[in-house]
Design a protein. Structure first.
Length: 406
């Protein structure tokens, strides 16, 4: 059990709780300035931070809300441990180290002082410094446990390990799968359905590495990993890694990857009906869950719902049909927003609440959702209208984690 006792004096705690609303109001301004300072003074960290998310501002927003939500719960940090563990999975997949936390803290405090000016008194900065290192110690502790677990698993490792592309398969108009085996031919660790790996893309003429996380898209296999990547619009740095993988990485190419991570995973202890809903390339972790459940829980009822633009954009349709035809307890539905003709799919347009109620016979089920943010928001809203319990809805969003709702 993680010790979340906060070694802060009463005055420091009062300052933190009083100033959280003020800092939260200026949160994104502070964290954008923080990243600017951090990367100007530590350019090597550009090898770690996702430059696309930096440009979009998503990384700044995620950091701001994480720090301030943690500070708001400074007397009861155990309440945000689930979110800490989500972020820790990301950190360990990126190989974040304990010695990097003081660097982050230094520039975060400088950013707070420079953005707030005279309002950030020495007493306030000192209090936030103490709070930051309490929060950092919790992350370091959780991540240490995760690193130990990764390293001690059969076939496990920490850091990055070279894998060779042994097969490259075009799955749809814009999604391609890559099969990876370790160059050293040693065993690889298994993973939980829904987890991801981090690819280190070392692209010619790029000054820094580009790290991207991709869901594993098959049931766990002891011999290889598979990722399925959507080609994104190419506008530097947007889409730089997906286009590199599609255009430059071929069978025989070598990519450094980190060990599987992530907490959006199939609960194999649950035997209730399973509802898998995906949009676009959100299909990838859902496919891992589908292939796994028919192996591990062959009697479990499964409803598989996938939304795509058209049949040309529907990846792995043959594999899904094969599973549905082989296991009578698996029902599949496909929704096309822009079908090539009016008979394509089980529904044309978009998934809506009325249709979901038609195809899902019970609310007492486990729901797993993955896709772009607007898609996820719409599906989650529909499920809430259907009175599906929040605890039964499991979601994976692309990009940096969303703010903690506190």
């Amino acid at each position: 059990m993680l010790n979340t006792t906060v070694p802060l004096d009463k005055r420091t705690t009062e300052i933190i709780k009083t100033t959280v609303p003020v800092l939260k109001e200026h949160g994104e301004t502070i964290t954008k300035h923080f990243y600017k300072l951090l990367l100007e003074n530590n350019p090597e960290l550009r090898n770690v931070f996702n430059q696309t998310n930096q440009r979009k501002g998503a990384q700044s927003k995620a950091l701001a809300n994480t720090v301030y939500a943690a500070a708001a719960n400074i007397e009861k940090l155990e309440e945000i441990l689930p979110h800490v563990k989500q972020i820790a999975h990301k950190h360990t997949s990126l190989n974040i180290k304990p010695e990097q936390y003081p660097i982050v803290g230094k520039y975060l405090l400088i950013a707070i002082k420079e953005v707030l000016g005279d309002a950030a008194t020495d007493e306030i900065i000192e209090a936030w410094e103490k709070a930051y290192f309490v929060i950092a110690d919790i992350f370091i502790s959780v991540e240490k446990e995760m690193y130990n677990e990764k390293e001690n698993k059969i076939g496990g490792w920490t850091g990055f390990r070279d894998f060779m592309i042994i097969k490259k398969v075009k799955e749809s108009k814009d999604i391609t799968s890559f099969y990876l085996k370790p160059v050293d031919n040693l065993p690889i660790s298994t993973f939980k359905p829904g987890q991801y790996i981090t690819i280190k893309a070392q692209i010619e003429n790029e000054l820094y590495d580009h790290l991207r996380q991709y869901s594993l898209s098959t049931a766990p296999d002891n011999n290889f990993y598979r990722i399925s990547v959507k080609r994104e619009a190419s506008s530097h740095p947007f889409g730089i890694v997906s286009n590199y993988l599609h255009d430059s990485v071929e069978e025989g190419s070598v990519l450094p990857i980190s060990a599987p991570a992530g907490d959006f995973v199939l609960d194999e202890r649950d035997h209730r009906p399973l509802v898998l809903i995906s949009g676009g390339v959100g299909l990838t972790p859902i496919m891992s869950m589908l292939e796994s459940v028919v192996e591990l829980q062959p009697n479990r009822n499964v409803i598989f719902i996938h939304a795509a633009k058209s049949i040309d954009h529907q990846a792995m349709r043959e594999r899904v049909s094969e599973i549905a035809n082989s296991y009578e307890q698996v029902k599949q539905y496909v929704v096309f927003s822009n079908p090539k003709n009016g008979t394509d799919g089980d529904k044309q347009g978009y998934i809506d609440c009325d249709w979901l109620e038609e195809v899902i016979p019970t609310k007492n089920a486990a729901f797993y959702l993955c896709g772009p943010k607007p898609f996820m928001s719409a599906i989650n809203h529909d499920l809430q209208i259907m009175d599906v319990s929040d605890k039964d809805i499991h979601m994976e969003l692309f990009g940096p984690l969303e703010p903690i709702a506190k």
